[in-house]
Ligand binder design. Structure first.
Ligand SMILES: Cc1cc2nc3c(=O)[nH]c(=O)nc-3n(C[C@H](O)[C@H](O)[C@H](O)COP(=O)(O)OP(=O)(O)OC[C@H]3O[C@@H](n4cnc5c(N)ncnc54)[C@H](O)[C@@H]3O)c2cc1C
Length: 398
């Protein structure tokens, strides 16, 4: 089967503009703030600058003011944006908004698109995605979903607890997964709801202190207690929430990989510059064998990550779920990106762990990626199940 993986000239031009914008405008602001966006004002300033540079919202369709990139196009542009921790926020392609926009474009009604997607795509509002629950609720196992939505006159009543909801502080709305059929542990029976911030019964709770700090709006506890929403709040069809979660999750997993690949490249650039100039034992650090091995392994991890992302994106662009390719790319990327940042930090010695450069910040930011969007173990489990399932099917047919 032929695969077209090379980006076209328009995508290449946008990627080049993005790269220049990130290096010239975004990186200086990021470095001045230690890699953590300090305020809404800085956030707005970054987005205005991205609009002026013509690189804003590359993933959204042209109808909503974007560039309409397919997944392969996103792979090229998002990697450039991810070169800075602030880049995805500037371009309006940060999690969870970017994944939510993708899903709203595919599933929302026209009215919902006007109300939620249009202002989100314009950067006027932020959003969050509320799926995970404290134990014993939904985490790696989505079937454990306990938050429940019950039919009431003219709508639905939502009750339950969520946690680790990125960006909930300041989000104008949440996409909430709630059980509308069956019991916790049952397969299926979930529905997605669009819940406006401030809806009575929805409480934005504690900011959970975490290793990472760059995903804007923090990670929060969110609770629902007799939170009543109208029928028009249902996103897609009732009881089809898990199917829609797959629509969001496959591409969202890949876009996370793309953005973090940008940070891995940045870490490697820092390490290369440092080792080329640092002199140890009468030579450049870059000429010592064990340092060369780390630099080479970084290049290999970066190239392999890019290749696996592109393979999965190509499959997604063909309209498939690309489950196996996405799982393979996600596990490899999350682990390889961490290795690259970790080696780069090691090559910089004490400077690497200091706050004088951002490698320590990068390490903290990429570590949780081995847990969210499906942990490495969950994906390996799925990969193995698929491959054995295929074998059994082939045996039965032969
Ligand atoms: C920084 C961050 C941001 C997040 N943002 C959001 C958000 O915006 N919205 C949201 O809904 N959720 C969010 N999450 C939650 C995330 O989706 C969950 O953490 C993830 O699904 C894992 O669930 P859990 O934490 O409950 O871990 P558990 O389900 O308790 O799993 C614990 C560990 O079990 C192991 N494991 C899992 N499956 C298997 C298996 N099959 N075989 C062997 N071992 C296995 C893995 O090592 C896993 O880490 C975020 C998490 C983090 C860390």
């Amino acid at each position: 089967m032929g695969q077209e993986l090379a980006a076209g000239p328009e995508v290449v031009a946008l990627a080049e503009r993005t790269a220049a914008f990130i290096r010239e405008v975004v990186v200086p602001i990021e470095e001045a703030n230690g890699g953590v966006v300090p305020s809404d004002a800085v956030y707005r300033e970054l987005q205005q600058a991205a609009k002026a540079a013509g690189v804003f919202a590359p993933h959204v369709s042209k109808e909503y003011g974007g560039h309409g990139l397919d997944m392969r196009g996103r792979a090229v542009v998002f990697e450039e944006a991810g070169y800075s921790l602030f880049g995805p926020l500037a371009l309006n392609i940060a999690a969870p908004d970017e994944g939510n926009m993708h899903m709203l474009e595919l599933i929302a009604t026209e009215e919902q698109k006007q109300r939620y997607l249009a202002p989100l795509a314009a950067g006027d509002i932020r959003s969050c995605f509320a799926m995970t629950e404290p134990a014993p609720g939904a985490g790696s196992d989505p079937d454990a979903l306990r938050t429940r939505a019950t039919r009431v006159d003219g709508g639905w009543r939502i009750d339950g607890e969520k946690w680790f909801i990125t960006g909930a502080d300041g989000a104008a709305f949440a996409i909430v997964m709630a059980r509308t059929a069956g019991e916790p542990g049952d397969r299926g029976g979930a529905t997605m709801f669009l819940v406006d911030a401030g809806t009575p019964g929805m409480t934005i709770g504690r900011h959970i202190p975490t290793l990472d700090e760059s995903l804007y709006g923090g990670h929060l506890e969110v609770s629902f207690d007799t939170c009543v929403v109208p029928d028009s709040a249902v996103l897609g069809e009732v009881d089809q929430g898990y199917r829609y979660a797959q629509v969001r999750l496959g591409p969202a997993r890949m876009t996370h990989c793309m953005r973090w690949l940008g940070i891995a490249r940045r870490a490697q650039d820092i390490a290369v510059a440092r080792t080329a100039e640092r002199r140890l034992f009468g030579s450049r650090l870059a000429d010592l064998g064990m340092a060369q091995q780390m630099l080479a392994d970084n290049e290999i991890d970066i190239a392999a990550t890019r290749g696996l992302i592109l393979q999965a994106c190509w499959e997604l662009d063909q309209g498939g779920h690309a489950g196996q390719a996405v799982s393979i790319a996600k596990v490899f990327s999350a682990e390889a990106i961490y290795r690259v940042v970790d080696r780069s930090l090691q090559l910089c010695g004490a400077l690497g762990v200091s706050g004088d450069i951002l490698l320590g910040r990068f390490l903290r930011e990429v570590r949780p990626f081995r847990i969210y969007d499906g942990s490495s173990e969950t994906h390996r489990w799925s990969i193995a199940k698929r491959v054995v399932g295929r074998h059994v099917k082939n045996q039965a047919q032969s």
